[in-house]
Design a protein around this ligand. Structure first.
Ligand SMILES: C[S@@+](CC[C@H](N)C(=O)[O-])C[C@H]1O[C@@H](n2cnc3c(N)ncnc32)[C@H](O)[C@@H]1O
Length: 369
């Protein structure tokens, strides 16, 4: 008797044609970020801005000085970027000239302008689409197959032998390290204005606050500006604090948040914990807990970080879980849903917490002793 060959359910013709198109989309959608990278490197958002925020293809070809042999191709790049929502467009149906416009996304990529809350995000694009990120992601299957004892290195560490945002990154590639640090600062500063406007009460009545992993003090200075009575301290690594010029407003402390956190009524952890494993987060949170007084005395840890959940709709949810994949591939950290956060707080010995606000992909927590 002939051996039985395993069989499989056959889709309908319509399902099969749709499946093929879906496979194209899922296998080729990396061309969207590659197109975005190209747009940033060519300076397309800035060119459209300089042309008054709206530009035709001939305007762009001239502004970007695209050589004659490549001019027929720019329209196809713009089409994919319009379809994916990087730029807006109007016209282009036969008689009308198609015009490309900036939208809120592409406005974040305009260089050489100053405005409140404008933190240019070009370095974020250049890092997340960099060969180093791509190579780490390409190593994912090999990484899954390899068993290890002890702390699990990220695919980035496996492939490059260096840890992202660590001294070893500069040894791997000095230019990439500089762009990665720039991207981190731009990413973390983005949206702080919205937080300050939406969460004014978060800081009301506080006498003192330590911003743990507060970098160059941008956040602490914004808090002090809105709430001049708060005595703000920034704790960060010596290599960061040593480079911050004293401003007479914020107290800068060089240290290690795993060992000790300066005592204050409130401790802030803004976009810090998602870089760390659960075990490390519990260690950090325990130090923060030691630094604050009881809830009755106004003590609290304020956490501003990604709060994963589908409640804000599929696009925001997809953005959050893509950011989680980025953490998986490139760091030892992760993005967390409310249940994950609750478990961390309880393991670190806190008694209660509340979600004060949901702001886009982020949540603002207050955690009490
Ligand atoms: C992702 S950045 C967040 C910066 C800032 N909280 C913000 O939102 O703009 C993480 C910060 O934690 C600092 N950091 C990392 N390890 C640290 C440690 N062991 N002790 C103190 N700070 C640390 C880094 O230097 C960096 O400034």
């Amino acid at each position: 008797m002939a051996p039985q060959v395993p069989t499989i359910e056959v889709p309908t013709d319509a399902e099969l044609l749709q499946a093929q198109a879906d496979l194209w989309r899922h296998s080729l959608c990396y061309l969207v970020p590659m197109g975005l990278r190209c747009a940033v490197k060519l300076g397309i958002p800035t060119a459209i801005h300089n042309l008054g925020g709206v530009a035709s293809l001939p305007d762009l070809l001239t502004a970007l000085s695209i050589p004659a042999s490549k001019q027929p191709f720019l329209g196809r790049l713009m089409r994919v970027l319009v379809t994916s929502g990087v730029f807006a467009a109007a016209g282009g149906n036969g008689s009308e000239v198609e015009l490309f416009r900036l939208n809120p996304l592409s406005r974040t990529l305009v260089d050489g302008v100053v405005a409140d809350d404008h933190h240019i995000q070009t370095s974020f694009v250049l890092v997340t689409t960099s060969p180093h990120y791509m190579e780490a992601a390409l190593g994912l299957a090999e990484w899954f197959k390899k068993d290890v004892a002890g702390p699990v290195p990220s695919p980035f560490e496996d492939v490059h032998g260096a840890s992202l945002f660590h001294e070893s990154t500069a040894l791997l590639d000095e230019e990439f390290d500089a762009v990665a640090n720039d991207a981190l600062a731009a990413h973390d500063n983005q949206g702080m204005g919205a937080v300050m406007r939406a969460c004014h009460d978060l800081f009301k009545g506080l006498e003192s606050l330590t911003d743990c992993g507060g970098g160059d003090g941008t956040t602490a200075r914004a808090i002090t500006k809105a709430h001049p009575h708060i005595k703000c301290t920034v704790l960060d690594l010596p290599k960061v604090i040593d480079k911050v010029p004293s401003d007479g407003i914020v107290n800068y402390v060089a240290g290690d948040l795993f060992h000790s956190v300066p005592k204050s009524q409130a401790v802030l952890l803004k976009l810090v914990l998602h870089h760390w494993s659960d075990e490390d987060c519990v260690k950090i949170l325990s130090q923060c807990r030691n630094a604050i007084p009881s809830r009755e005395k106004g003590g609290k840890v304020i956490i501003i970080d990604i709060l994963v959940g589908p409640s804000l709709g599929p696009i925001m949810f997809e953005a959050q879980i893509l950011m989680d994949m980025a953490m998986l591939v490139n760091t030892r950290g992760r993005q967390r849903d409310e249940n994950d956060w609750r478990q961390l707080f309880m393991k670190a010995g806190f008694s209660d917490y509340k979600i004060v606000k949901k702001l886009g992909a982020r949540g603002v927590f207050e955690v009490y002793k």
